[in-house]
Write a protein that binds this ligand. Structure first.
Ligand code: NAD
Length: 339
């Protein structure tokens, strides 16, 4: 790797990371990326086929819970930055098995942020000259803020009130990262984003589940009354936001990133079904006929909505993609690949 700098990306074989790596390598030809990923059920190297031979890219199969490995990687590559995606990310799994969420999301983040601090600093607030611009960017979620009523949006000042083991583990990791800025002077950024959608998303998540079940002729399961509202952000719009915040955001600050696209789960299911009705009509009826309400998720947050005015004003970022037309393209590609 003969570049100006090397950054560590964790969890790069997952959904968002595997969209981010090719995007970032293309935009920043002077930056090399080392991707550290454990390849859990959620990670897949096929997601990164287009960059596997890229001269500025290297994959390391490993665990962010393994402190000795992280120390060895910081020593070997002299990272000038970290973009930390690696996490257990599925709320339903955190209800069944919370332990691994604490180990990976909390302890794993602690390992990374602590090794970054010890590698880049001589003592608190005394950064080594070679690492003056080194930054730790932590990817987090709007779920740390809890649930909204019918009005209002989460801002960067909204108090944390996580409700699931997943969001509690992410909130904990955000707090650990925050403390390394305040106590030690580490150059940190936390970005809390809404629900992403787009290529490479794991089958277990809502949009791929709706599409898979619809095309298989099976019941499309929707939790509770279907009126839980989420904000939807296209994954490459999110990658643009990460690029802006990582390179130009203010140290120690948080940035909320949303898609300005609130939809209830039932609206989303009907939208996908109507798009499928056009692209691959059923012999009789609509895919919507397959929608079936199932027992609600325990502790299911009612509504999330993000106020992204800070990143819009400060960094001139805004979401570009419109949900309906982007989903239409996504579904066209899905049908070409899998049907
Ligand atoms: P994902 O589940 O698709 O991918 C996670 C990746 O992390 C996988 O490649 C997995 O192998 C890897 N990983 C898991 N445990 C690891 C460990 N111990 N060591 C090394 N690698 C490990 O997740 P995603 O949807 O791409 O989310 C990425 C980040 O963004 C997460 O931190 C998540 O909390 C956050 N986030 C995601 C969304 C979303 O809508 N997907 C929304 C808000 C925030």
């Amino acid at each position: 790797m003969k570049t100006e700098k090397v950054i560590l990306v964790t969890g790069g074989a997952g959904f968002i990371g595997s969209n981010f790596i090719p995007f970032y390598l293309e935009r920043h030809p002077q930056t090399a990326i080392v991707n550290l990923d454990l390849l859990t059920y959620a990670g897949n190297l096929d997601n990164l086929k287009e960059v596997e031979d890229h001269p500025n890219y290297q994959f390391i199969h490993g665990d962010i819970r393994n402190r000795a490995l992280i120390e060895e990687l910081f020593e070997r590559y002299q990272f000038q930055g970290v973009v930390h995606f690696a996490a257990e990310s599925h709320v339903d799994n955190s209800i069944k098995n919370p332990g691994v969420f604490i180990e990976t999301n909390v302890n794993g983040t602690y390992n990374l942020v602590d090794v970054a601090y010890r590698s880049w600093f001589d003592e608190p607030f005394q950064v080594k000259k070679a690492f003056e611009n080194a930054r730790f960017h932590h990817i987090s979620t709007d779920e740390v803020y809890g649930s909204l009523g019918e009005t209002g949006k989460f801002t960067e000042e909204t108090p944390y009130a996580p409700n699931s083991p997943y969001s509690a583990s992410k909130a904990s990791s955000d707090m650990i990262v925050r403390s390394y800025h305040h106590t030690f002077g580490l150059n940190t950024i936390i970005a809390n984003c809404s629900n992403n959608y787009g290529p490479n998303q794991h089958d277990e998540k809502l949009i791929p589940t709706i599409i898979r079940k619809a095309l298989a002729g099976e019941e499309i399961p929707i939790y509770g009354d279907g009126k839980n509202i989420r904000d939807w952000l296209y994954v490459l719009d999110h990658c643009e936001a990460i690029d802006s915040v990582f390179n130009y955001g203010n140290a120690g600050e948080t940035y909320n990133v949303g898609g300005d696209c609130e939809k209830s789960n039932i609206e989303l299911a009907h939208l996908i079904c109507s798009l499928l009705d056009e692209l691959k009509p059923k012999k009789d009826g609509s895919y919507s006929d397959q929608i079936s309400f199932v027992k609600d998720r325990a502790g299911h947050d009612r509504r999330y909505a993000i106020d992204s005015s800070k990143i819009k004003k400060q960094l001139q970022w805004k979401p570009k993609k419109d949900l309906e037309s982007t989903l239409q393209n996504y579904l066209r590609n899905w049908l070409l690949m899998f049907n």
